[in-house]
Ligand binder design. Structure first.
Ligand code: ATP
Ligand code: MG
Length: 334
C-alpha cells in the first residue's frame, strides 16, 4: 500500500509492506504515530510516519545513524527508512505503554529528586545523540518516555539532523521548549540549542510549566521566545533550591555561549546540585491560594504544606501547616 501525507490509517492497514496497524497512538507536529505489528519480527512496535518535506529528495541521510544509536537513555530505533516512491520517512521504535514524562509532570511537576533523576537520564541520552554528530531539535517532556522501572528514555529522534562541519543544522523545535536563537531569519539548531531545550524540559518537570508563557496563539508565543522573554524557575517553583535553580537558568541563558558546554555537563551539574533535605513538590492550588507546596515526610520531620495566600494587591501571607491544620511550632504567617 502506498503511503501518502495527511492520511490516517485504519486498523489492519499495511504500511511499507511490513507493518500492520494495530492502533492509532496520536498525531504530533511532525507526524502520526501508530502501534503496528512488525510482520518480519512478529512483534509490536511504534511507527511514526513523518510529515513530508516538500521539494526535497526522497533520501534520509540520518536514517542509518539513527538505527545505530544505542544507549541506556535513548528509546531504541529499530528501523528508519524512506518508503519509495511516496517519499514518506518513517521510524520504528519500541512501544512504550508507560507514556511520557510530560503527562506525569502535569499539572504541578514532580518532586525535585524525581525531576533531577529524569533530567540526568535525558541529558545522558542527548549527549549520546550529540556524540553521533546529530542534534535532536525537539527535546521536550512529551518526547521522553518511561520504562517499567521508572527510568526516562529520550525518544522522537525523527527530527534529529546531522550537524554540518561548522556545528549547525536547520532550525526546528516546539514553541514551549525551543531556544530563541533558533527562531527568525538565519536561525539554526546547535548542541547549545538542544541544551536550552533540555533546561526547559527540566523546568517543566519541576513546575508543570515552561519558561516561556505558552498562553495564546503560537505566533505570539514564538515572538515572546525570540525576544528572550521567559520566567524564572524559582518564581514558579519556590521549592526549587537555589543551587538547582542556577543550573536551570544557566541552560536557559539567552547567549548560547553562556550555557553549559554539553549535555553531559548538564547531567553532572544536575546530579551535583544541592537540594533541600525535605522532598518538596508543588500541589494544585487550594481555593483562593496563589501557590501551594507540599513537603513529604523526612526522617522525623512531619509532612507539611506551605501556601501563598493573597491578602491584597501584590501581597500575600505564607502559611505553613501540618495535615491536621495546625501550625508547626516556630512557623508563623509572614
Ligand atoms: N514509542 C512510543 N510508544 C508509545 N507511545 C508513543 C510512542 N511514540 C509516540 N507515542 C505517542 O503518540 C502520540 C503522538 O506522538 P508524536 O510524537 O507524534 O506527538 P508529540 O510528541 O505530541 O509532538 P511532536 O510531533 O512534536 O513530537 C503521543 O501521545 C505520544 O505519547
Ligand atoms: Mg513526540
Amino acid at each position: 500500500m502506498a503511503m501518502s501525507s495527511g492520511q490516517s490509517y485504519p486498523v489492519g492497514a499495511r504500511i511499507g509492506d511490513r507493518y500492520a496497524v494495530v492502533r492509532d497512538l496520536g498525531a504530533g507536529r511532525d507526524g502520526h504515530v501508530y502501534l503496528v505489528t512488525d510482520e518480519y519480527l512478529a512483534t509490536d512496535v511504534a511507527l511514526k510516519l513523518l510529515a513530508p518535506r516538500p521539494g526535497q529528495a526522497a533520501t534520509w541521510d540520518e536514517a542509518q545513524l539513527l538505527e545505530q544509536l544505542r544507549s541506556d537513555f535513548l528509546l531504541p530505533v529499530f528501523n528508519a527508512d524512506v518508503a519509495h516512491p511516496s517519499d514518506l520517512r518513517y521510524i520504528t521504535t519500541a512501544y512504550m505503554p508507560g507514556g511520557d514524562v510530560g503527562n506525569k509532570a502535569a499539572p504541578c511537576g514532580v518532586t525535585t529528586q524525581q525531576a533531577i533523576q529524569w533530567g540526568v537520564d535525558i541529558a545522558h541520552g542527548l549527549d549520546r545523540v550529540h556524540a553521533s554528530g546529530l542534534v535532536h531539535r525537539d527535546v521536550k517532556p512529551a518526547n521522553v518516555y518511561l520504562t517499567e522501572a521508572g527510568n526516562a528514555l529520550l525518544g522522537d529522534l525523527g527530527m534529529a539532523h546531522r550537524l554540518d562541519p561548522s556545528g549547525v543544522a536547520p532550525p526546528d523545535g516546539t514553541p514551549a521548549t525551543v531556544a530563541p536563537e533558533v527562531l527568525g531569519q538565519g536561525g539554526v539548531c546547535t548542541v547549545a540549542s538542544d541544551v536550552y531545550s533540555l533546561g526547559a524540559t527540566v523546568f517543566y518537570l519541576l513546575t508543570g510549566r515552561y519558561p516561556a508563557d505558552t498562553r495564546g496563539e503560537t505566533q505570539r508565543v514564538l515572538e515572546r521566545v525570540k525576544a528572550g522573554s521567559k520566567r524564572k524557575v524559582r518564581d514558579l517553583g519556590p521549592h526549587v533550591s537555589q543551587s538547582l535553580g542556577q543550573v536551570i537558568e544557566k541552560c536557559l541563558s539567552i547567549d548560547p555561549a553562556d550555557r553549559p558546554g554539553s549535555a553531559l555537563d548538564v547531567a553532572n551539574r544536575l546530579a551535583s546540585a544541592k537540594v533541600h533535605d525535605r522532598v518538596w513538590s508543588l500541589v494544585p492550588d487550594h481555593q483562593d491560594h496563589l501557590l501551594c507546596m507540599a513537603g513529604a515526610v523526612k526522617r522525623t520531620a512531619k509532612p507539611v504544606t506551605v501556601c501563598a495566600v493573597p491578602t491584597g494587591p501584590a501581597q500575600c501571607n505564607i502559611e505553613v501547616r501540618l495535615p491536621s491544620g495546625a501550625r508547626p511550632s516556630g512557623a508563623g504567617a509572614t
